[in-house]
Ligand binder design. Structure first.
Ligand code: ZN
Ligand code: CU
Length: 489
């Protein structure tokens, strides 16, 4: 007899941006079996379930698909810390790893260069995607894992010098690796031409790789070359790469960074809309005005606040502001930054109106961009999804509930071709979440970033109850490696 759960009388938000309605949802095994008005699931369906049925009263609660975190750097975390509590506790049931050109696979090294260290330092041991997929399934993390292939990772594996475009033989080797990863179910290619490891890549190199991803029906997700003054040409470059290859584009963590660019989403969003008439474009966004990445001197402008999230030479300074450290040391902020490298930081480089414009835009999806290896991580690691609901739906009313959920579920699954996920629909995988719409709230802050959220009451992954708010962990982990679906978008 299969395990079954009847969620009764909840507010059903199906992930498809349809109006919410009150009803019951029946889960059995790893699937969603039926949805109906309260008490109306057909008797023959109910008798087929047998006696091993748990009933949960969801009156006053929202029943939604599990959230999909489309922008993560959890590649190593799902193996190292497979409970995946930072994500499960937000209602996330699937993570997309390998963003920003930085993926764990395919690469074997003990010395990841600069940006790749975002994934931790000792984990690069998978020569091919199928090895990683096997490792994920063996670890059975708390959430499902789908993977992009990082351009910087391919570069590091195959190129002798990273400060120039790939030579023909190097490019051929990168394409071959990418094709094999796509055959093993990768979602597509990611790039981070913003980062030093990939900055020298030219259009020929990027287009050849994007074409390889396109041949297998993949997507192209990119951390564009410039999110500051040069953002418009950087958006054009990304769009051109995807257009030439003929594949969907995802603009990673769309933002206008730096005080001189504040307000410029009034230019970028119309450009993206205009491009989207000719090609398939989406973007992801996190609900904070601070970004976070490795410590870089060129990002230290002496104007914006910079909060240190970790430093190898000075771990004790995590959680302090760079300006204070500089004062303490009697140095300029740039000089202090040099002493703290390698490390990570939060950069308060955005303005609220830009963040809100991107969040409200119909093409945006939610992605945390959380960095699980930082000592004091940006609060987006633990708070992104409840924050969208608490701050931008309930408090500010920026989005209707159905649209907020759509941006975390149905839209995300469709963009990344995650089959049978992201919606509450019979036959779909039972990645399901029950939350309290009055209480849901992120509690992680910049001062106190490692905090469970409130109001995320129960989370099922592939039909297995994996998180409850009261127990915080059920001890069960049911995540799988998720391969790219065949669905066309
Ligand atoms: Zn990025
Ligand atoms: Cu990222």
């Amino acid at each position: 007899m299969t395990r079954a759960t009847l969620l009764k009388n909840g507010l059903i938000v199906d992930g498809n941006n349809c109006p919410a309605w009150r009803g019951d949802v029946l889960l059995a095994g790893d699937r969603i079996v039926a949805l109906a008005a309260p008490g109306q699931i057909a008797p023959e369906v109910m008798t087929g379930i047998g006696r091993d049925l748990e009933e949960i009263d969801c009156t006053g609660k929202v029943i939604a698909p599990g959230f999909i975190d489309v922008h993560t750097h959890d590649d190593a975390a799902v193996l190292d810390a497979p409970a995946m509590t930072p994500k499960l506790s937000q209602g996330v049931t699937t993570v997309v790893v390998g963003n920003c050109g930085i993926s764990l696979v395919p690469l074997v090294t003990t010395e990841p260069v600069a940006s790749l260290a975002l994934l931790g330092r000792r984990q690069f041991r998978f020569p091919a995607m199928r090895d990683y997929a096997r490792a994920v399934d063996a670890a059975t993390p708390g959430v499902n894992v789908a993977a992009l292939v990082g351009h910087s990772t391919l570069r590091l594996r195959h190129m002798k010098r990273l400060d120039q475009p790939a030579r023909d033989d190097e490019l051929a080797a990168m394409v071959k690796d990418l094709e094999s990863a796509m055959a093993a179910g990768a979602l597509g290619l990611s790039s981070g031409v913003f980062y030093q490891e990939a900055y020298a890549a030219d259009q020929t190199e990027l287009s050849a790789l994007a074409c390889a991803a396109a041949r297998s029906g993949g997507v192209y997700a990119t951390h564009i070359r410039d999110e500051l003054a040069g953002i418009l040409p950087a958006l054009q470059e990304a769009a051109l790469t995807a257009r030439q290859a003929g594949l969907p584009l995802v603009l990673s963590h769309h933002k206008c960074a730096g005080p001189a660019n504040w307000g410029r989403t009034r230019e970028t969003l119309p450009l993206i809309e205009q491009l989207s008439r000719e090609q398939d474009i989406g973007m992801d966004v996190y609900p904070y005005t601070a970004g976070s990445t490795v410590l870089r001197e060129d990002l230290v402008d002496g104007v914006i606040d910079i909060l240190i999230t970790g430093s190898q030479p000075h771990p004790e300074l995590a959680g302090r502001y760079l300006a204070d450290i500089a004062k303490l040391w009697g140095l300029t902020q740039q000089e202090a930054c040099r002493r703290l490298i390698p490390g990570g930081a939060c950069y308060f480089q955005m303005r609220e109106d830009d963040v809100e414009r991107v969040l409200a835009h119909p093409l945006s999806m939610i992605g945390s961009d959380g960095l699980p290896h930082d000592e004091r991580p940006h609060p987006r690691l633990w708070g992104t999804f409840p924050r969208v609901l608490a701050c931008y739906w309930r408090e500010k009313g920026l989005l209707p509930l159905e649209q907020a959920v759509h941006k975390m579920t149905g839209l995300s699954a469709r963009r990344f071709k995650l089959e049978r996920r992201g919606l509450l629909k019979p036959g779909y995988m039972a990645d399901v979440l029950v939350f309290d719409p009055d209480r849901v709230k992120d509690l992680a802050t910049f001062e106190n970033p490692i905090q469970f959220s409130a109001g995320i009451e129960r989370v099922w992954v592939n039909g297995v109850l994996s998180y409850t708010e009261t127990a915080r962990a059920t001890g069960a982990r049911a995540g799988r490696f998720v391969r790219r679906g065949r669905a066309e978008y």
